[in-house]
Design a protein around this ligand. Structure first.
Ligand SMILES: Cc1ncc(COP(=O)(O)O)c(C=O)c1O
Length: 367
């Protein structure tokens, strides 16, 4: 086959998701394995969301509500903005893609932090944009350097708060200063995929009415704290004029009927959300304690995942952990060759991870 592929598409390294449990169990012939690699909710989906899914099953022969009225109204009420400020997507990945499709032409520039969520780079590169990657400073977003990178061709800036994979946050004050330094036509996307877990009271939180008057887009997702990663629902809060443009370029039924029903129900399940947040905070504190006892370096986080320096090539530790039935994420591709990232699991999963890590490190040499 002779395909003519643009150079900028050829250059893309595909996103490598966390290894699925089924794949591990199939390949290694084991059962009862544990996945701590994709920052998912270890409690499963909210019971209210499951009930809503069951209820939606009998109408699956119908198209979903393409305008997502019910879910959008609930999201607008929960965030004290208007429905015209909310766009829903097939995961927040979809909103990232819509923003790039609507705002970026080939040759335009997009500023991203590095290391951070890789889909910013991939999506912008796929649109033919030039990606200006700004290195983190002390594991955190360097807003000053990002502001300095802005040129007349800059269309979008991605800010990840808390940042994946480092778990650090931006403060409200730093963000407000940053915004004053930007030209009005540059759109700033603040990805708050993990914001529900942040404990730092200075942490920036966008998506309020005051942000609707500036070119800020807040991205949120039901994949993490709400436990619905498999359904794919995310949303953006943004100025109505921008939401209107995104609605022009999205697929008419980009969020399926089950996902809309489940997300609306999950939003009402405050008890489940609080249970999830409590589990993550308790899990983090006990994992930190255990890693201190193992004398390993780790980085405290504002999210439900964190980085551990295992002092050995992370890809090798990843492979050995797989043999122990525990899936972690190697951070080599993120520029941290000896770091792994794990998310907090159930108590028993965390203990299983620690036992496996001790076994692996004693086999391949503790730093
Ligand atoms: C920072 C960040 N943003 C967005 C996403 C994508 O989330 P969704 O499942 O809503 O597409 C992820 C998923 O890992 C993430 O880590």
């Amino acid at each position: 086959m002779r395909l003519t592929i643009p150079d900028y598409i050829q250059a893309i390294d595909p996103y490598v998701p966390g290894k699925p449990l089924e794949a591990l169990e199939r390949e290694y012939g084991i059962s009862d394995s544990v996945k701590l690699a994709s920052n998912e909710n270890p409690l499963g989906p909210s019971p209210k969301a499951l009930a809503a899914i069951r209820e939606s099953l009998s109408t699956l022969h119908r198209y979903p509500d393409g305008a997502g009225h019910l879910l959008i109204r609930k999201l607008a009420d929960a965030n004290r903005v208007l429905p015209a400020n909310v766009v829903i997507g097939n995961g927040s990945d979809d909103i990232i893609a819509l923003l790039v499709r609507a705002l970026v032409r080939p040759g335009d520039r997009v500023i991203v932090p590095r290391p951070s969520f890789l889909m910013y780079d991939i999506t912008a590169t796929a649109a033919g944009a030039v990606v200006d990657a700004v290195p983190l400073k002390a594991m955190a977003m360097d807003l000053d350097a990002m502001a300095r990178r802005v040129s007349t061709d800059t269309r979008l800036i991605f800010v990840c708060n808390p940042n994946n994979p480092t778990g650090t946050v931006v403060t409200q004050k730093a963000f407000d200063d940053f915004m004053t330094r930007l030209p009005e036509e540059v759109v700033v996307v603040v990805d708050e995929a993990y914001i529900e877990f942040a404990r730092n009271s200075d942490c920036l939180k966008t998506g309020r009415l005051s942000d609707i008057n500036r070119p800020v887009v807040t991205l949120r997702t039901f994949s993490k704290a709400y436990g619905l990663a498999g359904l794919r629902v995310g949303y953006g809060i943004m100025p109505a004029a921008l939401a209107e443009v995104l609605n022009r370029v999205r697929q008419p039924f980009n969020v399926n009927a089950m996902a809309q029903a489940a997300a609306a129900a999950a939003l009402d399940d405050e008890a489940f959300l609080q249970q999830t947040i409590g589990l993550v905070h308790r899990g983090l504190d006990s994992l930190y304690g255990a890693l201190d006892r193992l004398d390993l370096t780790y980085f405290k986080t504002e999210a439900n995942f964190f980085l551990i320096d295992v002092g050995q090539p992370a890809d090798i530790v990843f492979e050995h952990m797989l043999q122990q039935g525990v899936i972690v994420r190697s951070m080599r591709a993120y520029g941290f060759p000896t770091y792994i990232r794990i998310n907090v699991g159930l108590e028993e999963e965390n203990r299983r991870f620690l036992r496996a890590l001790e076994t692996v490190l004693s086999r391949i040499g503790n730093p």
